[in-house]
Ligand binder design. Sequence first.
Ligand code: AMP
Length: 479
Amino acid sequence: MQFSKLDLIPSLCANLEKEGYEKPTPVQTESIPAVLAGRDLLACAQTGTGKTAAFALPILQTLSRTRPVNLPCGAHVLVLTPTRELAEQIGESFGVYGRGLNLKTTVVYGGVGYVPQKDALRRGVDVLVATPGRLLDLIEQRAVILARTAVFVLDEADRMLDMGFIRDVRRIAEFLPRRRQTLLFSATMPAEIRSLAENLLVDPHQVQVAPPSATADNIDQSVYFVAKADKPALLRHLLSHDAAERVLVFTRTKHGADRVARKLCRAGIDAESIHGDKAQGARRRSLDRFKTGEARVLVATDVASRGIDIDSISHVVNYELPDVPETYIHRIGRTARAGASGVSVSFCDEQERVCLRDIERLIRARLKVMETPDITLLEEDLAAERKAQAAFDRLPDRDRPARRHNERRDRGNGNGLPFYEKFSGPGQRGRRRRDGRREGSGRIGEDGNRHTDSDGADRKPRAPYRTGMFRNRANRRSR
Ligand code: AMP
C-alpha cells in the first residue's frame, strides 16, 4: 500500500517521501480514508504507531482543498493533547507534513507568556494545537473562540484521564459547535474514555491497531528484584555494562528524577532530568541534549515523558514502577519505535511487588526475572558519595539550598517536628476561657519560642518569608 493509494494529494505525498515514509502504517491506512470522508473516528493506537500522521494528513488535505475563510481569534481545527512537548511535536508534524500548503499552525501551552500566543490567535489560524489548561485560560480571556471550529482532535485521551484533564476536556468540548468532526485517539480504552467517546463522537469509524493492553512485541522486557537502596548502584551497573546507548529512566516523582540524574552526573554519566516543575526552556534544553546524544541518559517523570518521540532510545529503565499499570505500556513504548527493537528493564523493590503483579496481569505475560548482580559497587558508591560530598562542601553557602533545608529539617522547629510541619500537633492551641478568650500555651514557632498575645491568647507567629527550595509550600502554609 502506498500513500498515493489513500487518495492523498501529490504535495503531501512528496513531503512524506522527503521524510522517508515509504508506506502508511496500519493506523494510517485505516484512519485516513475515514477522516477524509468526514467521519468521526475512535482510534485505539499506541504512541509510535504513526497516529499523528493518521490525523494530520487528512486534516491538511481537507484544509488545503477547501481553503476555509480566515477566522480571527478562531481555528478551523483544534488538536488537544496532554503535554507541552507533545503539543510542540504535533505542531512540528503539521509543519513538516504540510510544507508548501500555506496553512497556519499555532501551538499553545502553559508555562510560557500569553502575549505571543494571543497575537498569533488574533490573526486566526488553521490548526490550533493546545494543552487543556492554557486553552481554557485563553477561552476565558476571549483570546480564542471555538464556535466555528470544524474538526476536533483529542489526542492521548487516556493520558488526559490519568492527568486529571478530563473535566477540562469536557468543558472545552462545550465551546465547540455541535456539528463538527471529532477524532479521538487513545492508547488504552478504559471505561471513562469509552463514555467520553460516546458523548463526543457520532457514529465513529473504529480503528484498533493493537489490542488495548498489548506491549510492543519487539521489546525485551525484564525485571530485577532489588532493594530500594541498591537501585542507584544497579542503574550505574546497567549503564556501564550494557549496550545502553540512549537510556530513558522513569521515576515516580519530580524530586526523584532530579536525584537520580544528579547521582548519575556525579558518577560521571551525562544525564539530564525532565519533569513538570522545570521551566519550559530548561525542559527543552534537557530534551535537546538528550536528542543530540550529548546526554546519554534522560531521567523523566511520566507526565513529562509524554512528548518524547526519539527513535533511537535503546533502553527504558523503570527505576520505579508506576502505580497505574497502563503507564508501564506508555513507558516502554518509548523504545522500539518505528519498527526498531528495544530493551525495557524494571527495578522492583519489596513495596513494588503489587505494581509488578498488576503490570503482568495487564500485559498478560511475566517479565523475565534477571539475576540481580552482586552489587559490589558499594565501595564505588561510597567513593562517589564522598567525592560528591567533598565537592558540595567546597560550594559557597548560598549554593547549597538542599543542605540548608536538610539542616533546618533536622534541627526542627522546637516542637519536635521538622520546620515545615510547624504548628501542627495536639495541645498547642490553648484552651478557651470562660469569658470566651483563649488562654493557654500559645503556639510554638519555628524559633522554638511560644507565641501568645498580650491577653494570653494564641497568636500564630508569622513565619518568615521563605526563599529557596520549599518556598512555595512554606509560604502557602504560613500565609
Ligand atoms: P506517532 O505515533 O505519531 O508518535 O509517530 C511515531 C513515529 O513514527 C514518528 O517519529 C513518525 O515520524 C514516524 N512515522 C509515522 N508514520 C510513519 C510512516 N508511515 N513511515 C515511517 N515512519 C513513520
